[in-house]
Design a protein around this ligand. Structure first.
Ligand SMILES: Nc1ncnc2c1ncn2[C@@H]1O[C@H](COP(=O)(O)OP(=O)(O)OP(=O)(O)O)[C@@H](O)[C@H]1O
Ligand SMILES: [Mg+2]
Length: 292
């Protein structure tokens, strides 16, 4: 595989129970990939393996030609709970990450990089505050600033907005989308929120229910890249895409194994592109990722 991130036949077992076996997925450089699937199917397990925080029972993950051996500052993680150091200020939390990434950098440069990351997520002016003085959304922003500050090759996010109120979630989605699009950041993000996946992702990976979960398909987001949160639901094809994802979560995620398409190959999960509906072209098409 020539993908930037290449998940090659990984399994993760806890005792007798296999969360998943023989999982294959490639993620191109600069791609924003979302994974959706029901609770307990193994999404966080996949992300932890990508982060190097957990090891697969079998198989390997290769990033930019090198196998993952453990955590690396090339791969930054944004957790669902921000995981900030409570005794450090906003600036201190971000500067701590920056100085881990560039241990020889002078103090002024560390601070300047930290301030720039904090400004990027709209927190300029709050540098001196401690986590206890911040709202949930602000804490999550600091978590994102910290991840971005080390200029990671890969940004890994595990339901980063799920604990936030709808308004804050929307604003943060906009910010993450703007930053990641501007910098062509490679992102792997887990979400439960179908609309969030449609707004943010270039590709949406559908995971079946566990135990023994598998990747059913990769849905390519065919909506225009210039989409905004406000116009998303007016985009031709939005509802077809949304219905396709919801149908998967409601039924196919559960019975996929019994009704898997003929020739389904775990090693090459099919790539699905829903046609943008026009009067004479409204039906979905499916094609194999490696057929083209
Ligand atoms: N340390 C562990 N020991 C035993 N089982 C575990 C361990 N960690 C995870 N599991 C099991 O692995 C399965 C997948 O867990 P995981 O956290 O990856 O799910 P998830 O898809 O992220 O779920 P959610 O959407 O609820 O976050 C679950 O059944 C869970 O109970
Ligand atoms: Mg999880």
């Amino acid at each position: 595989m020539s993908e930037f991130i290449s998940i090659e036949g990984i399994a993760r077992r806890f005792g007798q129970q296999a969360v998943f076996e023989d999982l294959w997925l490639g993620i191109p450089r600069g791609n924003f990939t979302c994974m959706i699937g029901h609770s307990g199917c193994g999404k966080t397990t996949v992300l932890n393996i990508l982060a190097g925080l957990d090891r697969p029972s079998d198989g390997v993950v290769v990033v930019d030609g090198t196998g993952i051996e453990g955590p690396s500052l090339d791969r930054a993680v944004v957790f669902q709970s921000h995981a900030l150091l409570p005794w450090r200020s906003v600036l201190g939390n971000v500067a701590f990450a920056v100085s881990s990434r560039w241990p020889d950098a002078p103090r002024a440069e560390v601070e300047q990089r930290a301030r720039a990351a904090i400004a990027k997520v709209g927190l300029a002016g709050s540098e001196a505050k401690r986590p206890a003085e911040l709202s949930g959304g602000m804490k999550q922003r600091v978590g994102i600033a910290r991840a971005l500050s080390i200029e990671p090759k890969i940004l890994l996010m595990d339901e980063p907005f799920s604990a936030l109120d709808a308004l804050t979630r929307g604003t943060l989605q906009d910010e993450v989308r703007r930053i990641c699009t501007q910098t062509d950041q490679t992102v792997f993000m887990i979400t439960h929120d179908v609309d969030e996946a449609i707004y943010l992702a270039d590709r949406i990976v559908l995971m079946t229910n566990g135990p023994g979960a598998e990747i059913a398909e990769i849905v390519v987001n065919t909506l225009p890249r210039a989409r905004t949160r406000a116009d998303l639901h007016h985009q031709p094809g939005f509802y077809e895409l949304r219905n396709h994802l919801i149908d998967f979560l409601v039924t196919r995620s559960r019975n996929f194994r019994d009704h898997a398409p003929a020739g389904h190959d775990r090693r090459h999960p099919p790539e699905v592109r829903l046609a943008i509906p026009h009067a004479d072209n409204a039906s979905p098409t499916q094609e194999n990722a490696h057929a083209s």
